[in-house]
Design a protein around this ligand. Structure first.
Ligand code: 9MR
Length: 370
């Protein structure tokens, strides 16, 4: 081979490497603080979205399954489990040495109705529901023992009114069901981190009940290790001082804290601000979808500052915070494109629609280097 050909190849390779690793990776910048994760959708899990996978492997040290380990996906009917995509998700984590999270065991959404009903469609007894849950937990947590390192055991069990959410799980099984869910998950994988996960628990009313709940569950013998602050934020809400306080309050209970589903919605939204209530659905109106042709520089700047602030507060508490996960990889994926109004152009994540790092990434990295 001619020297010039070799040289051309080397130059091309160097250019490629430069494009792939322009600066330190997020995971490397944070390796002395906590793991940094992204939620994966089915396209990313199965390798169809190879460009996102490249970002995940390069930048992140943890993964969560956005939808594919939820009850309706893996256990849609009483007599069978579908583990195809879930297995691929866990294999991806193993292949790339990523801290692999399981989401979710007990949730009021994306759980099929049959779980709570008998063959005639009538509500089942507490004992029958406990047995279904026990069997599900041992099957699923057991299957991925040692590979899934943290499970969201109970999700969104406190309502926005600061009272326990009246879900079928709670109405039929009471708090005892939550305690048992933690105990069974622990028996199925004694080393797994076990999380109570919720949104808006920075809000003082909801936080008060969430704190009281963690105390009650611990007192009743639930091996809860971690509280997951979902962190579905908007540009202006919540006041991030509340995040700072909330991490501090949970730390006092002797649990770790993870930011499990971080994203920041820049789009205007009618109504009462930051929430992640999946039941919310609002009518489309162009005034709520203002950035179809791109994000104005001043909004990008605000988004960047907001992301940097979130990470700065987490770093302040790095003795107790063990993970920050963003709820998706690029803006192509964010659930905010479809919620609470369908068909919008959202900008909630760290990588843009062309798979490029947004300015937020450099700002987050510079927080770790301060
Ligand atoms: O991001 C998920 C979206 O694709 C689903 O349509 C939605 C349906 O319930 O669930 C989203 O993920 C939620 C997560 O599982 C729990 N916390 C709130 C998240 C955003 O809604």
């Amino acid at each position: 081979m001619k020297f010039t050909t070799i040289l051309a190849g080397a130059v091309a390779l160097a250019a490629m490497t430069a494009a792939v690793s322009a600066g330190p990776a997020l995971k490397d910048a944070y390796k002395n603080a906590f793991v940094i994760g992204a939620a994966l959708n089915a396209g990313q899990i199965t390798g169809q979205d190879a460009k996102s996978d490249e970002i995940v492997v390069r930048e992140f040290s943890a993964i969560s399954p956005e939808n594919d380990l939820k009850w309706e996906r893996i256990h849609p009917a009483p007599d069978g489990y579908h583990f195809d995509i879930a297995d691929q998700y866990v294999a991806f984590g193993q292949a790339h040495n990523l801290y692999t999270v399981g989401h979710v065991l007990v949730w009021h959404a994306q759980t099929p109705r049959w779980v709570f009903q008998d063959a005639q469609g009538k509500p089942i007894s507490k004992d029958a529901l406990l047995e279904r849950l026990r069997s599900h937990i041992f099957t699923v947590v057991g299957r991925y023992k040692g590979k899934i390192k943290a499970w969201d055991v109970i999700n969104e069990v406190v309502g926005d009114d600061g009272k326990m959410r009246q879900s079928p799980w709670y109405q039929i099984g009471g708090e005892e069901l939550f305690v048992k869910a933690f105990q069974w998950a622990h028996q199925a994988d004694p080393k797994a981190e076990l999380t109570y996960n919720d949104y808006n628990i920075e809000n003082p009313d909801k936080r008060a009940e969430a704190l009281a709940l963690v105390k009650r569950l611990k007192a009743a013998g639930a091996p809860i290790t971690t509280v997951g602050i979902q962190a579905h934020y908007m540009l202006g809400e919540p006041d991030l001082k509340l995040l700072d306080e909330t991490i501090g309050e949970f730390a006092k209970l002797g649990v770790k804290v993870a930011l499990t589903e971080l994203d920041i919605d820049v789009l205007p939204r009618p109504g009462n601000g930051a929430t992640a209530d999946v039941a919310l659905s609002l009518a489309a109106d162009p005034k709520y979808n203002p950035y179809v042709n791109g994000l104005p520089a001043d909004v990008q700047q605000k988004l960047t500052e907001r992301y940097a602030q979130v990470f700065a507060f987490a770093l302040k508490h790095k003795d107790v915070v063990n993970r920050i996960t963003t709820w998706g990889v690029t803006d192509n994926d964010t659930w905010h494109n479809g919620w609470p109004i369908r068909g919008r152009t959202a900008y909630s994540l760290l990588f843009d629609r062309a798979y490029q790092a947004k300015p937020s990434v450099a700002a987050i990295i510079s927080e770790a280097q301060k």
